[in-house]
Design a protein around this ligand. Structure first.
Ligand code: TXD
Length: 319
């Protein structure tokens, strides 16, 4: 069977890590695309030289020409600028919206049947704009944020409860930003909901509230430490998990920025919700029962996303 083709639009910190992970996992042949001359070609050559050591035969190429992504099965988009200390994700909107327009054109003209995973920030607005610019079906365009945010949440919970990360499931809804909604009643250790663990004396409400706060600020905490950019190992790992769910038809239930048309009482926007990802792309949106607090938090998050979409429409009249 011919190898699948993975196109990575943006060959920066996340893009290079995506390529390395995809090659190590044998997901398929990889095209690294970037507007920067030399970066995609240099990283592709370097990554290809891992092949003899790791034993993978993936063809890894670098390009500045969208024609080279032709026929890609999966496209992962990280093109744009990343945050620096003092910048919010929303500060990236003006620049990255223009990037999404170019990327959307490139995908429409060269890989219209691909499953597209957008990572570029501000995520919830950029994935919406990318879908508009590319014209692909809504279920074939999704945003990566919830897998990363719930991974951060799970890491902190595993630390707090001193249990394996394998036994922690956490639930994050809403936008990829300070308004994200970690849902502790659906977060568990081996199926035991966190509120029950608090009642059993294994932690306290204050500590869990602090973990929720740290999760919301998870991106900013790393930006402040790195100073020159934002997180990229866990974002890339999270994007790859979504790509695998599609490529291997895994029917994974994952939090992701998906297009809602009525679910959660919302229409015509992308927001972080639990979805089923398989060979059909976003195959289903899972509508969970939300308590009043989660409903209120989701509303705040959705309102923030809607403001970004209004800003996008103000910048680009074609939206
Ligand atoms: O959870 C999430 N979704 C977030 C997303 C987690 C972390 C980072 N998040 C965002 O991903 C971040 O705010 C950025 O918007 C993207 C990419 O982050 P990365 O750290 O990879 O940024 P880099 O290293 O600056 O790489 C961006 C590359 C760089 O090589 C540019 O030359 C290229 O994008 N670029 C372009 N490629 C193609 N086409 C255009 N127009 C273009 N403009 C810049």
């Amino acid at each position: 069977m011919a190898r699948k083709k993975i196109a990575l639009i943006g060959a920066g910190n996340i893009g290079g890590t995506l390529a390395h992970l995809a090659a190590l996992k044998g997901l398929g042949d990889i095209v690294l695309f970037d507007v920067a001359e030399g970066i995609p070609q240099g990283k592709a050559l370097d990554l290809s030289q891992c092949g003899p050591v790791e034993g993978f035969d993936s063809q890894i190429t670098g390009s500045n020409d969208y024609a080279d992504i032709a026929g890609a099965d999966v496209v992962i988009v990280t093109a744009g600028v990343a945050r620096k200390p003092g910048m919010s994700r929303d500060d990236l909107l003006g620049i990255n919206l223009k990037v999404m327009k170019a990327v959307g054109e490139g995908i429409k003209n060269n890989a219209p049947n691909a499953f597209v995973i957008c990572i570029t920030n501000p995520l919830d607005a950029m994935v919406w704009a990318l879908r508009e610019f590319s014209g692909l079906p809504h279920h074939m365009v999704v945003g990566m944020a919830g897998v990363l945010d719930s991974a951060r949440f799970s890491h902190f919970l595993a630390d707090e409860f001193k249990v394996s990360v394998k036994d922690v499931t956490s639930f994050v809804l809403g936008g990829h930003g300070d308004t994200m909604v970690p849902v502790i009643s659906y977060s568990t250790v081996s199926g035991i909901p966190v509120p029950d663990l608090i009642a059993m004396g294994m932690s306290s409400q204050e500590k869990i509230d602090a973990i929720v706060k740290r999760t919301r600020g998870g991106g900013g905490e790393i930006v402040a430490l790195l100073k020159t950019g934002s997180a990229y190992y866990a974002p890339a790992t999270s994007g790859i998990a979504m790509a695998e769910a599609y490529l291997y038809d895994q029917k994974r239930v994952l939090p992701a920025a998906a297009y809602v048309s009525g679910e959660y009482g919302l229409t015509d926007l992308y927001v972080g919700v639990p979805v089923v990802i398989g060979a059909g792309g976003v195959e289903k949106i899972v509508e969970i029962k939300l308590d009043d607090e989660a409903k209120q938090n989701l509303t705040v998050s959705v309102d923030a996303v809607k403001e970004l979409i209004v800003a996008c429409k103000g910048i680009d009249g074609s939206l």
